[in-house]
Design a protein around this ligand. Structure first.
Ligand code: ADP
Length: 494
């Protein structure tokens, strides 16, 4: 590999070739190589983290007014907007998501950046409630220090911005370790923060393998928080490291989300919502609605409509505007999805749609899998208990609500759930009893930066988003002020 063909990475405010083994970014639609990217070695990691520590402690940065810091973030948002098409295309090349989806992810990243910048400008310290007449107390918020942001490949720009921006707004420095498959977008973000005028050292991008580069970053003694999105097994491993170091974590992990369709649901709207909930992003979403419970009275009718409409999904070239489902991220991932479908067959499941890789000229070079619907299984089956992270929906009938809730909540995960009914009283009642961090009623997979996002059970620890998400990257300092002039009698002569 010629050195000049390898992309440089952004370490401590400088673009340079990392000392690790280069990695490749592939276009999942034809498995061609997009770019060769250098990776960080131990020296690079140490250099980036020392520079980060120096940068956030620098009095010049610490004394920079919130409005001045916010101005940099507003500039970042403007640059994201100017480069919107390019960023969307880059992400489509990196992970094969259709361009319509990646454009949406860039738009949401722009909105997130502006929202957090506004929140920074308006963030107040607190004058706390007085409990003793002579004491005045107030609480201020201070940075934690160096934050490790570790991100997955499925929605990189959105998950990265959602961590980097509030962490920087909180006065911290950020070391981003992107997923191996999607390093290009992370490097583009580095150039945007640099162009926006963020002081050197406050943001570095350390590419490379999670088990090597990621592991070394989080174990570094100067790293003070791990903000991670990815699988539950890796999240658990990182939580062990954090416990040992006594640092905090924010862990957005896996899911196996149930969707419930009651007999009074508007069937057309519900069918479309269910299809979008599982098959958009080719099911490669932690929040994918992968277990579907349909009331037995409408089961056959709903299933038939689901099957017919699933066949209409446009699967193909992710760079085309009308494509709805692109390829899976890689051949290895396609094999893993296919193994789950085989497992479903062995467990007695019936594949009523799909269940195989896509054949034909258009698909032969890429990792394309059919949208797949499986019936005939129970919620105890392995494919209902494990996260597949692919376009695979298991459909089950239910008759009464008690049995329904026992099934939907029978999962180690608790990320999201969907309810389709015209009866809002029932929807609210069920939503209170579902064990999940996000509940969608008559919609699915909708987000807002204003609304906190968190996983229950093994789907996560901590939260992201929300108006005060900056505070998730800060620590409190409480100051007591004595207003009394009388000396403390404690050591006066008795
Ligand atoms: P996925 O199956 O989506 O790759 P992972 O949880 O393994 O899910 O990966 C999410 C992110 O975590 C990626 O950036 C990956 O490189 C990183 N990662 C994986 N293992 C580790 C580790 N031991 N330490 C730190 N980061 C890791």
């Amino acid at each position: 590999m010629k050195e000049d063909t390898v992309k440089k990475i952004f370490i401590a405010g400088k673009w340079k070739l990392g000392g690790g083994e280069p990695i490749q970014s592939h276009y999942p639609a034809d498995n061609s190589v997009n770019a060769k990217i250098s990776t960080a070695n131990s020296d690079d990691i140490n250099e980036a983290i020392l520079a980060a520590e120096h940068a956030w402690r620098n009095p010049k940065w610490r004394d920079t007014l919130p409005s001045e810091k916010a101005a940099i973030l507003f500039k970042v948002a403007d640059l994201l907007e100017t480069k919107k098409e390019h960023l969307a295309q880059l992400q489509t090349r990196d992970n094969g998501k259709p361009i319509s989806e990646t454009l949406g992810l860039v738009s949401s990243s722009i909105a997130t950046t502006r929202y957090i910048a506004s929140s920074l400008e308006t963030l107040d310290s607190q004058l706390t409630n007085q409990r003793v007449k002579s004491l005045m107390t107030f609480t201020t918020y201070e940075p934690l220090g160096v934050i490790a942001a570790i991100t997955p490949w499925n929605s990189p720009i959105a998950s990265e911005i959602q961590k980097i921006v509030p962490a920087l707004a909180g006065g911290n420095a950020v070391i981003l370790k992107p997923a191996e498959a999607t390093s290009l977008i992370a490097l583009e973000l580095a150039s945007i923060f640099e162009e926006a005028g963020l002081p050197a050292g406050l943001f570095s991008v350390l590419t490379g393998k999670g088990s090597v580069v990621g592991e070394e970053v989080v174990k570094h003694p100067l790293v003070q928080k791990i903000s991670f999105t990815g699988s539950t097994s890796t999240g658990r491993h990182l939580a062990h490291i954090a416990a040992e170091k006594l640092i905090s974590t924010s862990l957005e992990l896996g899911g196996k989300s149930p969707t419930i369709v009651f007999s009074d649901a508007n069937l057309d709207i519900a069918v479309n919502g269910v299809i979008y909930g599982i098959f958009s992003s080719s099911g490669q979403a932690c929040i994918a609605g992968s277990r579907l419970f349909i009331h037995e009275s409408i089961y056959e009718k709903f299933l038939q409509s689901l099957i017919e409409k699933t066949k209409n999904i446009v699967v193909g070239d992710p760079e085309k505007n009308d494509t709805q489902m692109g390829p899976l991220i890689s051949e290895a991932h396609l094999d893993s999805v296919n193994r789950y479908v085989e497992m479903a067959r062995n467990e007695g499941g019936e594949i009523v749609v799909g269940g195989h890789r896509l054949e034909g000229d258009q698909y032969k070079k890429g990792s394309y899998y059919t949208p797949t619907i499986i019936t005939g299984l129970t919620n105890q089956s392995q494919v209902c208990q494990e996260e597949i992270f692919g376009p695979v929906l298991v459909v089950m009938p239910f008759s009464d609500e008690t049995e329904l809730l026992a099934q939907t909540n029978n999962s180690i995960y608790g990320l999201a759930a969907g309810i389709w009914t015209e009866d809002y009283r029932k929807a609210i009642d069920i939503s209170k009893r579902l064990e999940a961090g996000t509940i969608w009623i008559n919609t699915y997979k909708k987000f807002s930066i204003a609304t906190p996002f968190s996983g229950h059970k093994e789907s996560g620890v901590g939260k992201e988003k929300g108006r005060l998400s900056i505070l998730d990257y800060m620590q409190t300092k409480s100051i007591f002020l004595n207003l009394d002039q009388t000396p403390n009698p404690w050591c006066e002569p008795k």
